[in-house]
Each structure stands twice: as C-alpha cells, then as structure tokens.
Design a binder for this molecule. Structure first.
Ligand code: LLP
Length: 421
C-alpha cells in the first residue's frame, strides 16, 4: 500500500496534489511520501517482532538526507557501501552503532572513517579485505566488529544484473570455505567476530531462495559455534521484491518473510539484522514528468516526455517495468491508445515503455512513474547535460524540496578551464 491516490480525479501524494507540486518546482521531479516510508519500516519491525532485531535501510536505494533522517528517527539502522553513504548516514543523525558497512571494495580510508565512528559491523567479502581491516584497526588501537558475507550458491531467480548469491558472482566468500576463513580471522589482531552476513540478490519475488540461503546460514552458525566463535548476529541482507506491475501477482509480504526467517534461523537466538532498500523506498516514490510532444510515428505514437533515462535509468538498464499513470485521471470509458513513452536523450535506449496503453494525452499533461523511490534519483546522471531533477518529500498536507534542481551556473561552475588554455 502507498499514499499516492486519486482524489476527485487528481493524483495526490498524501494530502498534496501533484499538479500543485509541479506548479511550484517544475517537472520532472521525484516525490516521496513520508507516511509510506514509515509504514514500510514498521512492516519489517512487526515481521521481526519475535527477535531482537535491527532494520538497516540500504542507503544505496535512496540516499537523500531527509529520507535517511526520517528513517533514522524511527530507529532504523543503515546499510552503507561507500564513504559517501557513510557520511550521509552520519549527517542524517544515525549513530555509527546502527550502521553496517557492506561492499566488496572498502578502502582503508573508508575503514578508518567507519572505525572512527564506532561502526556496528563490517560485512567482509574477501581475504585481502579482512587483512587490510586488521591492519587499520590495529593501527588505530581498536577492535573492528566483523561478519563474513558468505556466498551460499543459491539462485535468487531475479534479473542477472542484480543476482549476487551464485558462486560465479563477485560477492562473498564461498560458504564451503567459511570455517577456514573464520578460523583465520580469529587469529588476526584488531578483528572481533560478531556474526554472519548473507545477501543473495535484489527484487526477489519468492521466498524459496531466501529459505535455502538462510538454512545454510543456520547450519554454518552451529558449525562456527562448535569451532568456538561467538556468533550473536545474523545479517540476512535485503532483496525482498515489490510489485512493479499492479496487474501482476504480488511478491511475498514482509510478515511472510519474517515468518520464514523465524522458521530458518529463529532457534539460534541470534540478533537479526536485515538490509531492505527497495521494499522501504521503492513504492514510496513517484517520478513526475510532463509531456513535451505527442509525435505520430509509423504505426505508433511517441509520447516524448521531459524525463529521460538519465533521470530514471532502470528501464534502459534492466528492461525494468514501471507503471506509468496520468496525473489527471482519464474519464471512464475513454478509448486508450498504445504509446511508446520516450525521453529527449539522443539514444534509442531512452525508452521508458513500448506500446503502453493510456488514455489520450497531449502536450503539457502530467504523468507519473510509479515505484520510483528506490534506485531512481540515486542512479541519475547529468548525461546530455541535463540537470539532476529535484526531490520533494510530502508529509500530510506539507511538502518540501529536499534536493533542489541545480542551476546551469552551478552545473558549469564545477568544471575548470585550465589557465594555460
Ligand atoms: N544489501 C546489499 C549487500 C545489497 O547489495 C543490496 C542491493 C541491498 C542490501 C538492498 O537490496 P534491496 O532490498 O533494495 O533489493 N539498481 C538495481 C538494484 C541493485 C541492488 C544492489 N544491491 C535496480 O534498480 O533494480
């Protein structure tokens, strides 16, 4: 459920009408609903109520400071994968004790930064990485709390580009080698084992792959405990999918996921950490755009809109589907047309949808891309020198611009022409 509904035929974000925001900030823009973000965090908290747990929001899915602050104020932790994300989490008021650091390529500078803020946990992914962390922590005279990300060799049955738990992927340490690796870590100075980490992929629409992976983690927990390691936490990653197409079957709900977690690892008495991104932020956001032109092509009409692949890259990059709806609801019974919905960028890949049926639209009409709150703004670029589009946060009747559209002067001001030219 989200909070983007029609009222008297006009699409609203909570109690604010989308045309009102468009009039103030101009199109295109992203708009997020505070109530939806809050609701999604509470769904996970309810699903894991049976355990001591921490929901660590995957910052990569939406890293706007206001979004992070809103979630952090609800008690959420953060899962970060770079120094930049770490700085954002701290700036949003989330203490290091609630931040976990994931990713295959943490640099020593990033390790120092995180250790300086009493980070909750590093999720380690390779031997050279834990050796580097051991050196950095020893130099600083601290102990780094660590979990090893294990690769359970499970097929997540999702898009190949976002599947991470197969043995051929670059992520984690093969689960078969885990005991050996934990034994080695235990001997290194500056590292303190606290748990096990696993993440098998994103946009999973079934529970089975999770179940298989978590069963393997449960077995490993027992084996590692026998070896004398103090495994008190399990970080089970993110990845639960969202319904991108209202017309399709919905993926499992957080409550069902929580039940499966209980069945697979509940008996171990560990603190449970999860790292959801998309499920928290995805359906809490829309991207709003206006139609520039309707162009009649051969056998099809093109809807040329003012948003493009640089603003929302998922369709071009993963052939992802986003529902696209008119901001002013069509009159009932109006005959629909099939449109190819495209942006102004000079590439054929700048196509959001093909043969999408919609009630007839004309120049200046507003449309909204659903499920755009995750991996939307964060993946945007300035390709074709298009300014990054603003982000707006709505809560009840109020809304604020939480990232402004840069001016052309600001964009150009970042480049320097050398004096010798
Ligand atoms: N934890 C780790 C270690 C991850 O790598 C990811 C996502 C997550 C958590 C969060 O997964 P989520 O709950 O959001 O599925 N750009 C792609 C998605 C890439 C996901 C990468 N890792 C997309 O637009 O579909």
């Amino acid at each position: 459920m989200d909070h983007f509904l029609y009222r008297d035929g006009v699409l609203h974000a909570e109690d604010v009408s989308i045309p009102e925001i468009a009039a103030q900030v101009g199109t295109p823009f992203y708009v997020y609903s505070a109530a939806t973000l809050k609701r999604h965090i509470s769904l996970f908290n309810e699903a894991l109520e049976w355990a001591d747990h921490l929901v660590c929001f995957a910052v990569k899915s939406n890293s706007n400071l206001a979004v992070l602050k809103l979630l952090g104020d609800l008690g959420a932790g953060m899962d970060v994968v770079s120094g930049g994300e770490f700085h954002r989490a701290i700036a949003a008021g989330v203490p290091g004790e609630r931040i976990v650091f994931s990713g295959v390529g943490k640099t020593k500078d990033e390790m120092r930064l995180a250790l300086g803020h009493n980070i909750r946990q590093f999720n380690l992914e390779s031997e050279p990485e834990y050796r580097a962390l051991s050196e950095v922590a020893s130099e600083m005279g601290v102990e780094a709390p660590v979990a090893v990300r294990v690769n359970p060799d499970v097929d997540a049955k999702t898009h190949a580009k976002i599947s991470t738990g197969k043995s051929e992927n670059k992520f984690g340490i093969p689960i078969a080698r885990a005991r050996e690796v934990y034994a080695e870590i235990a001997k290194l100075p500056g590292l303190k084992v606290v748990g096990i980490d696993v993440h098998i992929g994103s946009q999973l629409t079934e529970l089975e792959p999770f179940r298989l992976a978590y069963q393997k983690v449960a077995e490993l927990t027992e084996a590692l405990r026998e070896d004398g390691h103090d495994i008190t936490r399990l970080d089970l990653g993110g990845g639960l999918g969202i319904p991108y197409e209202r017309s399709n079957d919905a993926p499992p709900l957080p409550i069902e996921y929580g039940q499966m977690v209980r069945e697979t690892v509940g008996h171990l008495g560990c603190e449970i950490e999860i790292e959801p991104g998309r499920l928290v932020s995805g359906n809490a956001g829309l991207m709003v755009s206006s139609v520039i032109y309707v162009k009649e092509g051969e056998g099809r009409d093109f809807l040329i809109v003012d948003a493009a692949m640089n603003d929302l890259v998922r369709p071009a990059m993963y052939e992802a589907h986003h529902d696209i709806i008119p901001v002013i609801e069509a009159e009932p019974g109006v005959e629909q047309r099939g449109y190819d919905i495209v942006g102004p960028i000079c590439e054929t890949g700048d196509t959001f949808a093909k043969e999408r049926n919609m009630a007839p639209l004309k120049s200046d009409d507003l449309i909204a891309f659903r499920s755009a709150g995750a991996y939307g703004a964060v993946m945007a670029s300035e390709y074709n020198s298009r300014p990054l589009i603003p982000e707006v946060l709505v809560s009840g009747e109020q809304f604020s611009v939480i990232r402004a559209r840069p001016t052309y002067e600001e964009m150009l001001g970042r480049d320097t022409i050398p004096e010798w030219m």
